[in-house]
Design a protein around this ligand. Structure first.
Ligand SMILES: Cc1ncc(C[n+]2csc(CCOP(=O)(O)OP(=O)(O)O)c2C)c(N)n1
Ligand SMILES: [Mg+2]
Length: 341
């Protein structure tokens, strides 16, 4: 099933129940995928860091619903949800996390390097704000090639304080590039409350100061995200100029799998935990008359699918050693290659 649940008939109309159920399933798929990824990490089966986006699923699903499959999307260190929602194969992604052959990047990249150009996924990125500059390049390429694709970049509130983000805002506005900036504002940059280290009136004002029009929405409200993202993507595509979307959300887990996030204010955390985008969507679906059985099936189906991906990943072979030398620019000493041939 294609997780990127776009509905071209939707413009100006409420989505059909089928489309809404498919989006619910994708949010559950992301959550189940990341719960399984954390389990794999603690079991020692997944090497390297695992950053979960649990609690932020409506941002990924809502923005990707507005993008075409051939639009580009650049992601962050917290990129599983973005990749799944953009249409990457979650089974290949799980193999990638387990470091196995058949993974999205041959099992050699892991969580922070998942890319799938076939669905426009430019890649996760371990360097804060650097995915944004890749998207700028993709947007510029679309102009040069005369394509009507656009590029979007997801980034966090912490990334707003990095130079490349400001360079990207400036360049896309100055040149006129079709790019949607999406600030996924979960209030924290690793262990730091972003507000404590950020000057000025906020991300939208910063974008507007550089000539990029900005709008904001509740990033935990999936229908609201789809609506605003669809309108902004359409504008960016038609007008060939950048726009900035600020989405407020909350990271329900620590910065990375082992982080217990004790640095957060307990009362505020408890309050924020009451607003779960998946639960909120389920309440909205029930209120719209969608039967419980269909809602429960979306969740169960996603969890069963993820269990299957994990089972496949556990028994898949590791890539052969010689593949350490493929897909890399600098081969080092060529004589070394012979040892692995
Ligand atoms: C250039 C750079 N500086 C610092 C880090 C370490 N680091 C990794 S994630 C992160 C926080 C990023 O916060 P934000 O952009 O809000 O994204 P979030 O983790 O909240 O999704 C930091 C500081 C890094 N990976 N790259
Ligand atoms: Mg953040």
């Amino acid at each position: 099933m294609d997780q990127r649940v776009a509905d071209p008939r939707e413009a100006g109309r409420p989505p059909s129940t089928d489309v809404r159920l498919a989006r619910l399933r994708t949010m559950h798929l992301i959550r189940a995928f990341e719960e399984a990824a954390a389990e794999g990490f603690f079991a020692g089966a997944i090497r390297g860091s695992v950053h979960q986006s649990i609690g932020q699923e409506a941002v990924a699903v809502g923005v990707c619903a507005a993008l075409r499959r051939d639009d580009w999307l650049a992601s962050t260190h917290r990129g599983h949800g973005h990749a799944i929602a953009k249409g990457a194969d979650p089974r290949a992604m799980m193999l990638e996390l387990f470091g196995r052959a058949g993974g999205t990047c041959g099992g050699k990249g892991g969580s922070m390097h998942i890319a799938d150009f076939g669905v426009g996924m430019l890649g996760a990125n371990g360097v804060v704000a650097d995915g944004v500059t890749l998207a700028v390049g993709a947007a510029h390429a679309a102009i040069i090639k005369g394509e009507d694709r656009i590029a979007a970049a997801m980034f966090g509130d912490g990334a707003m304080n990095r130079g490349p983000l400001l360079e990207a805002l400036n360049w896309t506005a100055a040149i006129g590039l079709p790019m949607l900036f999406v600030c996924e504002d979960n209030g924290y940059a690793a262990t730091t409350r972003t507000a404590d280290v950020t000057a000025g009136p906020g991300p939208m004002a910063r974008a507007e100061a550089l000539g990029v029009r900005a709008e904001g929405a509740d990033g935990n409200d999936l229908d609201a995200v789809v609506t605003i993202a669809t309108r902004m993507v359409n504008e960016v595509r038609a007008e060939r100029r950048p726009a900035f979307l600020h989405l407020r959300t909350y990271r329900r887990r620590g910065h990375f799998a082992p982080d217990k996030a004790g640095y957060r204010d307990a009362a505020e955390h408890a309050e924020r935990m009451k607003d779960d985008p998946i639960e909120r969507y389920e309440v909205a679906l029930r209120a719209a008359g969608v039967p419980d059985a269909a809602i429960d099936a979306a969740a169960a189906d996603a969890r069963a699918a993820v269990a299957g991906y994990v089972a496949d990943a556990e028994v898949a072979p590791f890539p052969p050693l010689r593949e350490a030398f493929t897909d890399v620019q600098d081969l080092g000493a060529p004589e070394e290659l012979a040892r692995f041939a």
